[in-house]
Design a protein around this ligand. Structure first.
Ligand SMILES: *Cc1c(COP(=O)(O)O)cnc(C)c1O
Length: 282
């Protein structure tokens, strides 16, 4: 809303969070249309950007914004060189870039760099305190002073003013000062979980999407197809063992490690899963 005018077009990969999980808010609140780049787990093809960018034509909407995401919802950290080429392209056209950096600190750890080096290739960045950084609540938007001044006014307009937010911000300080330095443990644990699951011979792990604290697991065995697998029973078996999981999405599970998940927890989880599949008859 702060970057764009009503009727603008926003260039964004079709599998980004803003497209999939934000209720179409950009259309309702900001009056913008999205124009999709192909799904690519966050990696941007600048040639495609060039093709989708609208040059001036009285019939066309204006390209008002480019949105990128790092780390990506699909578990990938995008190389800074890729973001840099997007930013250079955008700059050459005078189009701003917004970075959905919900997990920017995970991306920084995975890329062996600092969050500021990722953020440097965007005009604004949003990130979450409430995910890997472990705060109970909170996300922030960062950008240049004048941009933030306008964004705060838009936030107020949308009912986002919160007088008591200082109490919550205290938890965010812990997130920034303490939690950013330990994300490497979550990433190691995710890789450990991935290898344990792979070893069960029940799951196939997508190793291309194992950059951060997420593990994407599909069933390996042809016998365990979505058709004859009773997921409700599987989920309630795990729940009986004090493990809560989400159902599959697109035929795969997404498991996430964080501050409260230890290696011991992972061993316990993998053992419970193994027990289930040893007992079940397919
Ligand atoms: C969670 C998430 C968001 C939204 O965060 P809020 O705190 O709900 O505003 C945006 N992008 C990505 C990639 C996310 O994971």
């Amino acid at each position: 809303m702060t970057h764009t005018l009503r009727g603008d077009e926003v260039l964004i990969p079709a599998d980004n969070h803003i497209v999939l999980y934000e209720v179409g808010a950009s259309a309702v609140l900001s009056g913008v249309a999205m124009r999709f780049l192909k799904k690519s787990s966050g990696i941007i093809d600048t040639g495609e950007l060039q093709n989708l960018y609208r040059t001036y034509d009285i019939h066309h909407p204006r390209t008002g914004l480019i949105c990128i995401e790092n780390a990506h919802t699909q578990g990938t950290a995008i190389q800074v060189s890729n973001s840099k080429s997007v930013y250079e392209f955008a700059d050459s056209k005078g189009v701003p870039v917004h970075l959905d950096g919900a997990r920017i600190f995970n991306a920084a750890v995975a890329l062996g760099t600092e969050a500021k080096n990722i953020a440097a290739n965007a005009d604004s960045v949003m990130f979450c305190f409430s995910k890997g950084l472990c705060a109970p609540v909170g996300s922030v938007l960062a950008g240049k002073r004048e941009f933030i001044r306008q964004a705060r006014k838009n936030r107020k307009l949308m009912g986002g003013g919160m007088r008591q937010v200082g109490y919550l911000a205290a938890a965010c300080l812990v997130a920034l000062e303490k939690m950013t330095t330990r994300l490497v443990d979550d990433h190691k644990n995710a890789k450990y979980l991935a290898s344990c699951l792979q070893d069960t011979d029940i799951f196939e792990i997508d190793k291309k999407r194992l950059d951060i604290n997420m593990v994407f697991a599909k069933f390996k065995n042809d016998k365990i197809t979505v058709k004859n697998f009773n997921e409700d029973r599987f989920i309630s078996f795990l729940l009986d063992n004090k493990i809560k999981i989400n159902p599959m999405h697109d035929a795969e599970y997404r498991f996430v490690t964080h501050y409260y998940i230890s290696r011991r927890n992972i061993d316990y989880f993998v053992e419970a899963i193994t027990n289930y599949f040893n007992k079940e008859v397919f």
